[in-house]
Design a protein around this ligand. Structure first.
Ligand SMILES: [Zn+2]
Length: 205
């Protein structure tokens, strides 16, 4: 395995990264995880299908894995992750799958403090700073949520408000959608939340 010849931008070689995943899964199988341990009984129970109790739309940020921060096990959460926790066609499709086939009673839009996608959207809104084409698509989804922001506050506070506004925008989009209306009429719950990376606390809005 060649571990020396990789782009200096990468902190580790692709091979080492893959090895970490393989080793991590091995620890999981050997019940030597740093996190939750393998529970064979639960794996058996799940082999017939999934019945997650919540659907989470969160950010791809590596520090915000829903299963860990909610201490949930396999099969408990139906998770969709996309930078900036925005909704696009594929996300709507995945959510509709959750409503039609999994019937999860709860839907959580999970943003997080210090979100890089929201920060980039703010830079775009304030300074017209563009990102690469496909990243820009994400930013265009986020920016409309900034309409009611108070731009007089300092930058960190502004980002915190923007994160919350972005979550609320997604909650609103889903609430007014046909599928959302149907699910809410059935008694399903849709909530926004913001995770604080420093404290580990999830604040439900
Ligand atoms: Zn993020």
């Amino acid at each position: 395995m060649d571990v020396s010849n990789f782009h200096p931008r990468f902190t580790v070689s692709p091979d080492i990264a893959l090895e970490r995943l393989i080793e991590g899964n091995e620890r999981f199988l050997q019940k030597q995880t740093r996190m939750p341990i393998l529970q064979t009984r639960l794996l058996d129970e799940q082999s017939g299908g999934q019945q997650p109790y919540a659907t989470i739309l969160g950010c791809s940020d590596s520090r915000v894995p829903p299963e860990l921060i909610f201490d949930a096990w396999l099969g408990e959460l139906f998770v969709i992750r996309v930078a900036g926790n925005v909704v696009g066609p594929a996300i709507f499709g995945t959510l509709q799958y959750a409503t039609r086939y999994l019937h999860t009673p709860l839907y959580v839009i999970l943003g997080h403090e210090g979100c890089g996608a929201v920060d980039a959207a703010l830079n775009y809104r304030l300074e017209g700073k563009h990102q690469a084409e496909q990243i820009q698509v994400l930013l265009e989804e986020i920016v409309p949520s900034f309409e009611s922001l108070d731009y007089e506050v300092e930058r960190d506070a502004l980002l915190a408000c923007a994160v919350e506004a972005n979550v609320k925008q997604t909650v609103h989009r889903l609430t007014v959608s046909e599928e959302g209306q149907t699910q809410l009429a059935l008694g399903a719950k849709l909530v926004g939340a913001v995770y604080d990376i420093r404290t580990g606390k999830v604040r439900f809005l």
